[in-house]
Design a protein around this ligand. Structure first.
Ligand code: XMP
Length: 523
């Protein structure tokens, strides 16, 4: 498998870029976000990058993130000292500021106590970075134990707090700036202005990076990469593959063919919507493979969750491969990899295909070069690109949906009958959530069909039928989740509609399990 070149991405042609050097911060991604909110492209690089590699990115400015280490501990992350000689302005945040002090003639002291949370900071000398904040006392977010006691050579101390005598410093002559507090978090009201001043005033970035420029530069980069070749893209119905396909289509038109494997395990109306949107509205060449029968045949008698996933994953791959093989000269594979996926790989420049991705984990031995036009973007930026490319809101704002689809929401055997019941119940959950205006607030809301029956009474008749379980969770990243406190009235409407409208269901329960100990999906 050939990896994607570093130059392809959401903003390959952007002239100004800020590199965020990650020293193990919780907030590195947030720093990159804030810089982008100041309309300057930014990306994260690992702290062990060499000065030469860093210079190759041609940054207009560098931000050293915070991190959990102490500069006094052996093995604490350092930066190649050559980075200070590149002539590129550097802003250190928390550990990053301490590292600058430590490496450039200042002193970092070990405090008796640290500062955590909202802290009053006194700005004595607003200088450049704190010019918007102005002299006086400002609330900032601190999270540190060590503190800079002597600023680096040539630096002016611009602010201090009770336990951080050097809460901010500036050494314009050396291009070095540092803040002990966290300007990237919302709890530091003057933080966004400070970051904006760094990138605009100090680094001289024009601030012309926006969604239009993402699309423009991505289109140029895709054209350069693919040339006259052909590309294929597996559509899953999810946001990421949809936006990646639309973007690549914008760049290379009919050189792109999308493959949509309809597993029969999608949400109600989803298959039709994908075909309608891509083939009819966007005019994208689409191979629509109706494979529900094959999936139901493969799943017959299979009840163990991992076995189900395996059957679904393998069938998907075989069918996708079959379709891809029929597209002559297809050398490029479009993937909807997002920036957080790239960072999580730990390299900052992931080139390998991940096993669980939009198209269900394609094998490594497929001989394609990857096109990953979203690999520099965050989810909300991807949604925004999708909207600008004319994708409908139902696709762009869609909640996450697992690759194996409804197959992991049906406990026990997956059959056309159980899928039909679940699709009907799930549609009601989604419709009612939408009517209540809660669709965007809730991370995921769906129905689950367990393999049990209970006794009920409907009319004057005894019933012995299935329950449906409603699952709705709030989450930031799906790693942890909490059950959503949906209004009782909403739950009641969902429940009575499901019982009245879905044949074979006589009871509705609400799942009140967080993750951990539960998972979001039931299987
Ligand atoms: P769990 O159930 O592990 O799910 O808490 C976390 C998030 O991942 C989604 N999910 C999947 N997505 N392929 C996917 O593309 C899968 O096999 C898969 N399994 C779970 C799930 O919907 C939730 O958002």
């Amino acid at each position: 498998m050939t990896g994607v070149s570093d130059s392809i991405g959401g903003a390959a042609a952007a002239t100004d870029r800020i590199l965020v050097v990650d020293f193990g911060a919780q907030y590195a991604q947030l720093i990159a976000r804030r810089v982008r909110e100041a309309n300057v492209f930014s990306e994260i690089v690992p702290h062990d990058i060499s000065a030469t590699d860093l210079a190759a990115h041609r940054p207009s400015g560098i931000i050293f993130s915070g991190g959990p280490a102490s500069v006094h501990v052996e093995g604490a992350p350092r930066i190649d000292p050559g980075v200070y000689d590149l002539g590129v302005p550097i802003l250190g945040i928390c550990y990053g500021a301490q590292l600058i002090a430590h490496q450039r003639g200042g002193t970092v002291g070990r405090n008796e106590r640290g500062e955590y949370g909202r802290t009053d900071m006194t700005v004595a000398e607003p200088a450049v970075l704190l010019a918007d904040a102005g002299a006086g006392v400002h609330g900032v977010w601190m999270s540190h134990f060590d503190a800079i006691t002597v600023a680096p050579d040539g630096a002016v101390v611009t602010a201090s707090s009770a336990d951080a005598p050097v809460a901010a410093f500036e050494a314009p002559g050396q291009g070095l700036y540092g803040v002990q507090f966290h300007p990237e978090v919302h709890h530091t009201p003057c933080g966004q202005d400070l970051l904006a001043r760094f990138v605009h005033e100090v680094c001289g970035c024009a601030g012309d990076w926006n969604m239009d420029s993402i699309i423009e530069s991505s289109v140029a980069a895709i054209r350069e990469q693919v040339g006259t070749g052909r590309a294929i893209c597996g559509l899953s119905g999810g946001v990421d593959s949809a936006v990646a396909a639309a973007l690549v289509h914008e760049a290379i038109g009919h050189q792109l063919t999308c493959v949509f494997v309809d597993t029969g395990l999608m949400r109600s109306g989803e298959g039709e919507q994908v075909v309608e949107t891509f083939q009819k509205t966007q005019g994208i060449e689409l191979i629509h493979i109706r494979a529900a029968d094959r999936f139901f045949a493969g799943l017959a008698g299979v009840t163990e969750p991992e076995a189900k996933r395996k059957v679904i994953g393998e069938l998907f791959i075989r069918i996708f491969e079959g379709a891809a093989g029929g597209i002559e000269d297809a050398r490029f594979l479009v993937q909807g990899t997002l920036y957080p996926d790239v960072i999580e790989s730990g390299t900052g420049h992931a080139a390998k295909i991940k096993s669980h991705h939009n198209v269900g984990g394609l094998p490594d031995d497929m001989d394609f070069e990857l096109v990953e036009p979203l690999r520099n973007l965050f989810k909300d930026e991807v949604r925004s690109v999708g909207s600008q490319l004319g994708l409908p809101e139902e696709i762009v704002m869609r909640q996450p949906f697992p690759g194996p689809g409804l197959g992991v929401r049906i406990i026990g055997e997956v059959t056309p009958e159980t899928v039909g019941v679940l699709q009907a119940a799930d549609l009601i959950v989604r419709e009612e959530l939408h009517s209540a205006g809660l669709e965007r607030e809730i991370w995921q809301a769906f129905a689950v069909l367990p393999d049990i029956r209970s006794v009920g009474v409907m009319g004057d008749e005894r019933t012995y039928a299935r329950p449906v379980i409603i699952r709705a969770v709030s989450s930031e990243d799906a790693m942890t989740a909490d059950w959503a406190r949906l209004p009782y009235d909403l739950l009641e409407t969902m429940s009575s509609r499901i019982i009245n409208e879905v044949d074979g269901v006589n009871r509705v329960a609400y799942d009140i399990t967080s993750k951990p100990p539960g998972t979001i999906e039931w299987e």
